[in-house]
Write a protein that binds this ligand. Structure first.
Ligand code: PLP
Length: 424
């Protein structure tokens, strides 16, 4: 494959953009080599500026659940564009969005829109602190919640990939308010809550962590977490930025029947435009300005183009049994991968929930970040470049999750399995 135009753009980019990218993982540092630059995307395919085509399992890191540039989103955004790009006063689409997501997710009694997943988790933390009058928060190792100061402690995703689990520029005094525990470890959680539970404002987690690869909660972990947080008066925050509207209409909370106090969203809810949202119990949400003392705001929050895109995408997913079809596509891919892996000497672990999947290059079951770190990264990197050469783009890091869209069909899945056979 020829990447000459991408290489030229990367050289120009590095002069004027730190690392040549606007988000670190895009730089391909973890896997080596240089990033390709996108020209356009359609359905299951991403095309670069050299006109190479890739079956895309990154799907813009999750949002493109219908595939790229779906008709319904293009039409809705086009129509909204004609009416204006931003108003600075409330609009009907914001009410429609709030009514729809509160109807889909039983835990959401009220919701507020913002512009990114980072804003959503940041606002949840502030709100939980304002509501409880406590300062400490608990997070879990390998869970990524965006680049919020308090939450960038032992985070996953780009932070993990680059080997900087803690960022510079975060005051030690602030980081000290964040306790970081291993995921899936109830004895440790119980012990910490027994000691400091009454000082903890919130426990935040990805209920299915998807930023350190894909890690599934063990039986009873989420249920017990719900019970313990309630007992100690702690706000339980589900960060469903990745899993919300991806694993089902009501996210992981719908799959498990657990009711968090607050939840954060992003990615799929925006239909490919910059959107975040957070919501939950009325008594907590009413602490937000202008009703209450916790300040939170946004010039472009509830933006009409973004609301139009998100509403169109969510309605399309729901109207056409999207989640059922995504599960079928996921199962098809899984059976092919498992068949292929059965004949391999090296150890692999494959995990999937609906349309999210991850192949770990380790023979150890992965229940937490420590387990994920046993992966053979050199073997993963060889696989990544092999897949790319064979026209399949998987995330450029072992510690990320792959996404299937409704535009992926049997043809693309077969192509993917062939590429895997050649790259493993
Ligand atoms: C992507 C992500 C975020 C951050 O969202 P941005 O829109 O990138 O700010 C937060 N939490 C989780 C679980 C995510 O996957």
């Amino acid at each position: 494959m020829n990447f000459s135009k991408s290489e030229a753009l990367f050289e120009r980019a590095k002069v004027v953009i730190p690392g040549g990218v606007n988000s670190p993982v895009r730089a391909f540092r973890a896997v080596g080599g240089k990033p390709f630059f996108a020209a356009r995307a359609n359905g299951a395919y991403l095309y670069d500026v050299d006109d190479n085509a890739f079956v895309d399992y990154v799907c813009t890191w999750g949002p493109a659940i219908l595939g790229h540039a779906p008709e319904c989103v293009k039409c809705a955004v086009g129509a909204a564009l004609e009416r204006g790009t931003s108003f600075g006063v409330p609009g009907a689409l914001e009410v429609e969005m709030a009514e729809m997501v509160t109807a889909w997710m039983p835990s959401l009694e009220m919701v507020r829109m913002c512009n990114s997943g980072t804003e959503a988790t940041m606002s949840c933390i502030r709100l939980a602190r304002g509501y409880t009058g406590r300062d400490k928060i608990i997070k879990f190792e390998g869970c990524y919640h965006g680049h919020v100061d308090s939450l960038l402690v032992k985070a996953g995703s780009g932070a993990l990939t680059l080997g900087h689990p803690d960022s510079a520029g975060i005051p030690a005094s602030l980081a000290a308010e964040t306790l970081c525990l291993p995921f899936n470890d109830l004895p440790v959680l119980e012990k910490v809550l027994r000691e400091v539970g009454e000082q903890v404002a919130a426990v935040i987690l990805e209920p299915i962590p998807a930023n350190a690869g894909l890690i599934l909660p063990q039986a009873g972990f989420l249920q017990e977490l719900r019970r313990l947080t309630a007992k100690h008066g702690i706000v339980l925050i589900f960060d469903e930025v990745m899993t919300g509207f991806r694993v089902g209409k009501a996210g992981v909370q719908g799959l498990t029947g657990i009711t968090p106090d607050l939840s954060a969203f992003g990615k799929v809810i925006g239909g490919g435009l910059p959107v975040g949202a957070f919501g939950g119990k009325r008594a907590i949400m009413e602490k937000l300005a202008p009703l209450g003392p916790v300040y939170q705001a946004g010039t472009l929050s509830g933006n009409p183009l973004a609301m139009a895109a998100g509403l169109a995408q969510l309605r399309e997913l729901d109207a056409n049994d999207g989640f059922v079809k995504l599960e079928q596509l996921g199962a098809l891919l899984e059976s092919g991968v498992r068949e292929l892996l059965a004949g391999k000497k090296l150890g692999y672990k494959f995990y999937r929930i609906g349309s999210m999947w991850c192949l770990f290059f380790t023979d150890k079951e992965v229940h937490n970040l420590e387990d994920a770190k046993t992966a053979d990264l050199a073997a993963f990197n060889k696989y990544f470049h092999g897949m790319l050469e064979n026209g399949v783009y998987v995330p450029p890091s072992q510690f990320e999750t792959c996404f299937i869209s409704l535009a992926h069909g049997e043809v693309e899945i077969r192509k993917t399995l062939t590429a895997m056979e050649r790259s493993l």
